[in-house]
Design a protein around this ligand. Structure first.
Ligand code: PGA
Length: 264
């Protein structure tokens, strides 16, 4: 079982419930692959709808692009669980990672406990995890920070430390998701929040994890704001929703991250 971290920076595409057919998904992937497979300094993650995962994953055999699901079941292995998809199935379909705890799923009733259970299932099946956390809104008293801390600790307290390097945190504030570039966090806010997340890891989970953990940002990431969101904000890449549905836009984001990394 590999405990290795995925190589950073990482740019992940969350296709959500798009596109409407497998040929369209294959064509979108073919257009992304042309660029992503040649970029040396960025790991690209494609998370199509589960129905397309195996077919899309089978179209690439290199190391620069990996594939993931957008969820996994709380249940292990096979069983009488109508509609469920186990982490093991994701792995066997060519997936290497899974988005878990996305706000759109938490909105459908996923609690911190359920998220922690899914994370454990994914890790046990040898997947990496992209654990989404994010506050719905901010308040002057800083209660949203407790909310973020609880979301993190609900998972880390249930997971053995040998798995920590396979958890990627995706900070996705709900108020920033699904908009235009100006709806994203400001670099200043992102820098502060990334610092807070790393502090929680350092003080409440494991000292070394504060610096070592891979932290992505998601929420209205576009080719227009990717550069400023990456510069000096202490994050290691992006989780991209709507902009990942255009190969042109997504590949521009990949190139920006690839280039920024090259300059460091
Ligand atoms: P967005 O979505 O890029 O469209 O804001 C991000 C996400 O929900 O993962």
């Amino acid at each position: 079982m590999s405990e290795q971290k995925l190589s950073q920076p990482i740019v992940a595409a969350n296709w959500k419930m798009h596109p409407g057919s497998l040929p369209k998904a294959q064509s979108l992937f073919a257009n992304v692959k042309r660029t992503a497979s040649h970029l040396q300094n960025v790991t690209t993650v494609i998370c199509p709808p589960a129905l397309y995962l195996g077919a899309v994953a089978s179209e690439y055999g290199g190391t620069k692009i990996i594939f993931g699901s957008q969820d996994v079941s709380t249940f292990a292995r096979t069983g009488s669980r109508t509609g469920e998809m186990s982490a093991e199935m994701v792995k066997n379909a060519g997936g290497k990672t899974a988005i878990i705890g996305h706000s759109e799923r938490r909105d459908m009733g996923e609690t911190n406990d359920v998220v922690a259970q899914k994370v454990k299932r994914a890790l046990t099946a040898d997947l990496h995890v992209m654990l989404c956390i994010g506050e719905a809104s901010r308040d002057d008293e800083g209660e949203y920070l407790d909310f973020l801390r609880n979301q993190l600790l609900a998972v880390y307290r249930k997971v053995a430390d040998r798995f920590y390097d396979r958890i990627i945190i995706a900070y996705e504030p709900l108020w920033a998701i699904g908009g235009k570039a100006d709806q994203a966090v400001t670099p200043h806010t992102l820098h502060q929040t990334a610092g807070f997340i790393r502090k929680v890891l350092r003080t409440d989970v494991a000292q070394a994890l504060g610096d070592r953990a891979t932290l992505l940002y998601g929420g209205s990431v576009k080719r227009d704001n990717a550069r400023e969101l990456l510069d000096g904000t202490e994050i290691d890449g992006f989780l991209v929703g709507s902009a990942s549905l255009s190969a042109d836009h997504f590949c521009d984001i990949l190139r920006i991250v690839n280039k920024t990394q090259n300059e460091d």
